[in-house]
Design a protein around this ligand. Structure first.
Ligand code: ADP
Length: 414
């Protein structure tokens, strides 16, 4: 409609006839200016379109990501290996180390890191790594001291090679970021939660408080001076952290500028039957499921680490339950897509687990009785290992060659 000044406005006109008996003698109308409502409607439409565009962009991104995820990583793996195998153009020792770092990172990120946990004498590995680190410190008079092997033997349940790699990396950093004439000390402490904490303490440059958050970030080099760029790449600690976590452990550090740093990591004792370490025999060969299982294992292990801090523990148990629910949804979508014949039975098992875990965690929260906590943990541990080995593995054959359908099914869940 038109206002007196000639401008237009949207109007809602409601009319009804005025009747005299059955005879219409006029019309009663009400005219409402609905400019505000129209503006709100327009905003809603715009917001909806914006959300749809964002959602589409997200779907496109995820679709290309899940497709591309494997290809470039495989390319990285392949090319890195070619670099190392090229006899005509051999890499220098440093270049070889960098390539090893990138290979590890790509393997972990693509969930292709194969671990072989076994009983490992910590002292043997520590002594070995210290022997290798001493020459690194010699040019600058940095001493490397072994305080761990003075104590009783400590046997870990871990991957020998990866444990060595973790320790060597911390030792080489402790030497590299040390002052001339400084020292590096390795010590060990058996904790009462079934873990051993191995600490590498240096008397080096230290790390400023504001850099604490970025130390484990990929390619991050704290206070990186381009002149010193040849000293490292900033992936050592990223790989180290990922490895420790794959080994059911955790890593951290403490540091003060000008005083030095202590980097520590904790790995499970051989006697610790509480943790879950991912091994190849648990692989179902359906990427999305294997990835989920590994996340569930690491959440499960965090429950152990954060014991006995009840509040933190409740948070992680909650996270574990939420993640498990989302995982079951994904797995059930995959089962349906692949025409897996036991879908209903399998779904029933998922349902039972969810109910049982929620009930057990409620009991633990209510009573705070240690016994309840252990029941919850051992139920979860036994259930997962058994379920993956005996039930999830029966999906493998049905999923073969269905990667595209699986991807589409998973995308439709987002
Ligand atoms: P790189 O040593 O190759 O740079 P890392 O991932 O091993 O990469 O370490 C990341 C950063 O953390 C380093 O650049 C360094 O600034 C800091 N850092 C690591 N270890 C120590 C240490 N023991 N003392 C001081 N700073 C350290």
């Amino acid at each position: 409609m038109q206002r007196r000044d000639g401008s237009l406005f949207p109007a809602l006109v409601c009319s009804a006839p005025i009747l005299e008996g059955d005879k219409p003698i006029g019309m009663r109308s009400a005219i409402v200016d609905i400019s505000d409502r129209k503006a709100a409607e327009l905003q809603l439409i715009e917001a909806k379109e914006e959300a749809e565009t964002a959602n589409q962009a997200k779907s496109d991104f995820l679709a290309s990501m899940s497709h591309e995820l494997r290809t470039p990583l495989n390319a990285v793996l392949g090319f890195a290996q070619i670099l190392q195998l090229d006899r005509q153009n051999p890499l220098t020792t440093t270049q070889n180390e960098y390539v090893d770092g990138i290979l590890d990172l790509a393997k972990i990120e693509a969930d292709q890191m194969v671990l072989s946990p076994e009983d490992v004498n910590a002292c043997e590995i520590v002594a070995d790594c210290i022997a290798l680190s001493i020459p690194l410190g010699e040019p600058r008079g940095v001493q490397v001291i072994d305080n761990l092997c003075r104590g009783p033997d400590v046997v870990l349940r871990t991957d020998r090679l990866r444990f060595r790699q973790v320790l060597l990396n911390l030792l080489s950093n402790a030497v590299k970021y040390n002052e001339a004439g400084g020292s590096v000390t390795v010590s060990g402490e058996v904790k009462d939660n079934g873990f051993v904490r191995i600490s590498v303490t240096d008397t080096g440059v230290g790390i400023a408080d504001e850099d604490f958050g970025s130390v484990f970030q990929m390619f991050h080099r704290v206070g990186a001076d381009p002149m010193k760029a040849s000293e490292g790449t900033g992936i050592g600690l990223t790989v180290t952290k990922l490895l420790v976590e794959k080994l059911a452990g955790r890593i951290g550090f403490d540091s003060a500028v000008g005083v030095g740093s202590t980097f520590w990591f904790e790995l499970p004792l051989a006697s610790n039957a509480e943790v879950l370490i991912w091994t190849e025999d648990l692989r179902v060969a359906i990427d999305a499921i294997d990835r989920d299982h590994q996340v569930i294992f690491s959440l499960f292990n965090r429950v152990t680490h954060h014991f006995p801090d009840e509040r933190e523990l409740d948070g992680i148990i909650g996270e574990l339950i939420d993640y498990t629910r989302a995982h079951f949804k994904r797995e059930e979508a995959i089962m349906e897509t692949c025409g897996y014949p036991d879908t209903e039975k399998h779904r029933g098992a998922h349902q039972l687990l969810t109910e049982r875990v929620v009930a057990l965690s409620d009991t633990w929260r209510r009573n705070r009785d240690l016994e309840d906590f252990y029941v919850l943990k051992s139920f979860l541990r036994d259930w997962w290992v058994g379920h993956i080995l005996h039930v999830d593995s029966t999906m493998t054959d049905y999923a073969k060659g269905r990667e595209t359908d699986i991807r589409a099914a998973l995308e439709s869940l987002i």
